[in-house]
Design a protein around this ligand. Sequence first.
Ligand code: G3P
Ligand code: MG
Length: 328
Amino acid sequence: MSKRRTWGDRPDISFANTFAFDIDGVLIRGPHALPPAHRALQMLQGNNPFKKKIPFILLTNGGGVSESARAKGLSDKLGIQITPNQCVQAHTILQQQVSRYANEHVLVLGGRRDEIRQVAKLYGFNKAHTMLDVLAWNPAVWPFYELTPAERESTRPVDFSKTSVSAIFVFHDPRNWALDIQIICDVIQSNGIIGGPYGGPTKLVELVFCNPDLIWRCDFPRPRLGQGAFKEAFQAALTGKMYPHVQYGKPTETTYQFAKSVLENQIQLLYDNPESDIAGANGAGWPSVLVRTGVYDPVHGPPAHKPSHEAQDVEEAVLWAISKELER
Ligand code: G3P
Ligand code: MG
C-alpha cells in the first residue's frame, strides 16, 4: 500500500496546466492500476486546492482496441472517468490515413484473432485483412502453425492470389511473429500479391509501424519485447535490407505533433521510458517527468534522455509538476 500524499504546506499552488500521461508503467502495470494513479488523476479532475479541472490526455504506445474500449477499460481500472478523445493510442493516428486506403486491400496486425480488424473497420478501413485470414486461405503459407477453432471462426479469407495488398499496418504488437514476418516478406517481395513471383519494385507496398518500443513493462519482473523488436526481427529476415517504412509512436515527431493537435495547451509529460517518452518530449520541446514504476530503473544509472524531473510515481509527479509550474 503506497503512502497517501497531500498538498501539505503548499498553500501557494495555483491552477494552470495540461498533462499528457504515459499509460503502461505510469498508470497501469500489467492488468492492474498502480495505486498512485487514481489519486494523481483525481487531482486533475478537481480534487486540488483550487477545485479546478486540469485537462489531460493519455498518450500511449499501446493499443489493440478502439479508443472507446480503451477509455472504458481505463475508467473501470482507475476509478476515474476517461473519455475516448482523451485516449491517444499508438494507432489512433492511423485515422488520418483512412482517406487513402478506405477501399484498398490492406493487412492489419496486432492483438488476438480479428480484434484489430474491428478497430481498423471502425476507423474506416473497409478492406482490412488479418494474417490469420491469409493462413485460413492457404495453410501452406506457414505450415508450422495451426489455427485454433476461435481463430478460424474470426477469419474472413479471400483469394489472396488475386488480391493486391496496397499497405500493411502494424497497429499493435503482433502475436505470431513467425507467421507475420513470413507474410510481410511475401507481400513486399511479390509487389502485393501473396505467392506471386518475386519482382522488382513495380509497386511499393506501404509498410507502417505504430510503436517503436524495443521493450515495455507489464507485471512480469523484467521488461518484455515490444513492437520495435518485431520490426528488427522482420528487417533481419529480409537479410539486412532496410525496407522503406513509416514509423509512428513515441518518440516520433509525427506522434507528438498529432498529440499536440489533440491537446493544444501547454503540456507536462508524465512518463516511464527515457528511450521513447522522454526523448520524444525533449524533441518536441515539452517539459517531462520520469517516474520509477515502469521501464526506467535508476539502479542502472541515469536515464539516457534527461527529463525535467524524476519522481517515484505518478502521484508524486503530478504534485511536483503542478507545484513547480504554479508556484512561479
Ligand atoms: O510498448 C508497449 C506499450 O504498451 C507501451 O505503452 O503506455 O508505456 O507508452 P506506454
Ligand atoms: Mg510506459
